[in-house]
Ligand binder design. Structure first.
Ligand SMILES: Nc1ncnc2c1ncn2[C@@H]1O[C@H](COP(=O)(O)OS(=O)(=O)O)[C@@H](OP(=O)(O)O)[C@H]1O
Ligand SMILES: Nc1ncnc2c1ncn2[C@@H]1O[C@H](COP(=O)(O)OP(=O)(O)O)[C@@H](O)[C@H]1O
Length: 199
């Protein structure tokens, strides 16, 4: 029989609101979702640069710092992607509790997982659909992965051999094949800044 965990909640003396007051802004999470090569990392980094320069406490979470560490045991099967996004959501929540503005850039192809992330993080969550047609992403082929996926050297590749569920009601829809990086970042910044103001 499975042993029951007896978890008693700690009552923390320093609260999220205290951290936000010291930072001078609210915490939040901007969640970038889209195909590989759509522009998630570029945008997350651009938005972070702009916010950081304005004095906001920020941090980018992306495949580079997550899939090589916390999630290095995970592959790209549906099951592992679900677990990947679950762990990232928990990390993003903790970072929000610490008062930071998190910029999370993950393919996050499944609607249900993005909804769970939103429900977990709750406050100041912004879903950004980073949208570029797959032909454009494939042409960009920033990391040379599309060529490999077409050759059959990479399995479960999003948009080719693994699905991407398009966001139905994103907070921001950025068409990166039509806008510059600066214009795209501005769309996001215009949406998140009002949410970060202290009451
Ligand atoms: N099979 C497959 N499908 C999609 N992407 C792949 C795959 N294999 C490796 N890569 C590289 O891993 C990055 C995606 O990781 P994520 O953690 O964002 O994926 S997911 O949210 O769990 O679906 C993704 O990064 P980005 O190109 O920045 O999106 C790819 O570079
Ligand atoms: N409006 C835009 N927003 C973001 N990236 C863009 C835009 N226009 C062109 N790009 C280019 O598209 C590529 C996107 O790559 P990357 O940010 O690594 O995508 P992803 O993180 O989604 O895999 C970069 O070479 C970037 O310069």
């Amino acid at each position: 029989m499975e042993e029951k965990l007896h978890l008693v909640k700690q009552c923390y003396k320093t609260r999220k609101g205290d951290r936000e007051a010291r930072n001078g802004h609210k915490a939040g999470c901007v969640w970038f979702t889209g195909l590989s090569g759509s522009g998630k990392s570029t945008l997350a980094n651009k938005v972070e640069q702009e916010l950081f320069a304005k004095g906001y406490m920020t941090y980018v979470l992306d495949g580079d710092n997550i899939r090589q560490g916390l999630c290095k045991d995970l592959s790209f099967t549906e099951e592992d992607r679900i677990e990947n996004i679950r762990r990232i959501s928990e990390v993003a929540k903790l970072m929000c509790d610490s008062g930071i503005v998190v910029l999370a850039a993950f393919v996050s192809p499944f609607r249900k997982d993005r909804r769970l992330a939103k429900e977990l993080i709750r406050e100041n969550f912004l879903e950004v659909y980073v949208d570029a047609p797959i032909e454009v992403c494939e042409q960009r082929d920033v990391k040379g992965l599309y060529v490999k996926a077409r050759r059959g050297e990479i399995s479960d590749f999003t948009g080719i051999s693994s699905p991407f569920e398009v966001p139905e009601f994103p907070d921001v829809h950025v068409q990166t094949n039509k806008l510059s990086v600066e214009q795209s970042a501005q769309l996001v910044i215009d949406k998140i800044l009002p949410k970060l103001q202290m009451d």
